[in-house]
Design a protein around this ligand. Structure first.
Ligand code: GDP
Ligand code: MG
Length: 296
């Protein structure tokens, strides 16, 4: 055993610190009841789960009027321990009149920023501030094959102003491959037309590789996914899938749906950037607005 402090020990120290604090990733799901939000969350993360705390009581007077629920998990992905917070927002778009249905959701997101800011202003510099800021909002689109509803456009715009929004076409096994491509194309055109700028947004700090990667992600969005909490047997192998009228959809087969792309994007290629861009862009915008307001 060597006694000097080498690189390896430093890395291990950092790692230890990270583990102690927990690498925190906060995901929010938004979409109509029955679109498969809970199923998708389980499909994405369940196999990596090592520990879950059931539903947490959400406290605070601000939140009593909403049905927003938080669930905390610990997952292991690529050897990295991750504290995963899933924020479920049931009810969006369920009503006959959906006027203002996004307000509790946007308020929740801003509440997290303001809690963080308050701690930042009062904490000692080196004290650790727990991060409950939403890093990614998965927006579930109904697989109608037609177009987005006006309420979807409104809510996407409101959400994109405050957080990283990633739209996905839910239950895409109800569309044929042609329908799916046409629908994706249509949605991208609508987002463009309405000038809704979703994640990822290029900044001056991105290098060419990152810009190329982001371009690829933008060309894939919205991810057309299928979720399933069950296993089905295909060619004698057990896979996560669904039986449909046409046969079996293997969730993890990229010829069947884009689940694998979504999972890679969320848990591998863009995890870090989702977290960082929340702090650097969305939170920073909130923060400077608040501080300017304070001075006036
Ligand atoms: P939530 O209300 O948005 O959380 O939706 P759930 O996850 O509870 O799912 C509602 C129903 O849709 C359940 O019966 C699921 O089995 C089913 N479901 C979930 N994902 C899919 C999917 O990708 N394709 C199909 N065909 N059904 C799905
Ligand atoms: Mg649910």
């Amino acid at each position: 055993a060597q006694s000097y402090v080498g690189f390896e020990t430093i890395t291990r120290q950092i790692e230890h610190k990270l583990l102690k604090r927990g690498f925190q990733f906060n995901v929010m799901v938004v979409g109509q009841t029955g679109l498969g939000k809970s199923t998708m969350v389980n499909t994405l993360f369940a196999s990596h789960l090592i520990e879950s705390k059931g539903r947490l009581e959400v406290d605070g007077p601000m939140r009593q009027t909403t049905e927003i629920k938080e669930e905390q998990h610990v997952i292991v992905e690529g050897g990295v321990r991750l504290k995963l917070n899933i924020v479920d927002t049931p009810g969006y778009g369920d009503q006959v009149n959906n006027e203002g249905c996004w307000e509790p959701i946007v308020r929740y997101i801003k509440d997290q920023y303001s809690t963080y800011l308050r701690k930042e202003l009062t904490a000692q510099r080196d004290r650790f501030i727990p991060d409950t800021r939403i890093h990614c909002c998965l927006f579930f689109i109904n697989p109608t094959g037609h177009s987005l509803k006006p309420i979807d456009i409104t809510v996407l715009r409101k959400l994109a102003e405050v957080t990283n929004v990633v739209p996905i076409i839910a239950k895409s096994d109800s569309l044929t491959l042609q329908e799916r491509e046409a629908f994706k194309e249509r949605i991208r055109a609508e987002l463009h037309y309405h000038q809704i700028r979703l994640y990822p947004i290029d900044t001056e700090e991105h290098d060419q590789d990152e810009i190329a990667l982001n371009e690829r992600i933008r060309s894939m969005i919205p991810f057309a996914v299928v979720g399933s909490e069950r296993s089905v047997v295909v060619d004698g192998k057990s896979v996560r899938g669904r039986k449909t009228r046409w046969g079996v959809v293997n969730v993890e087969d990229e010829r069947h749906c884009e689940f694998v792309y979504l999972r890679n994007f969320l848990t591998r290629t863009h995890l870090q950037d989702l977290i960082e861009s929340t702090a650097l862009n969305h939170y920073e915008a909130f923060r400077s607005k608040q501080l300017t307001a304070l001075k006036e």
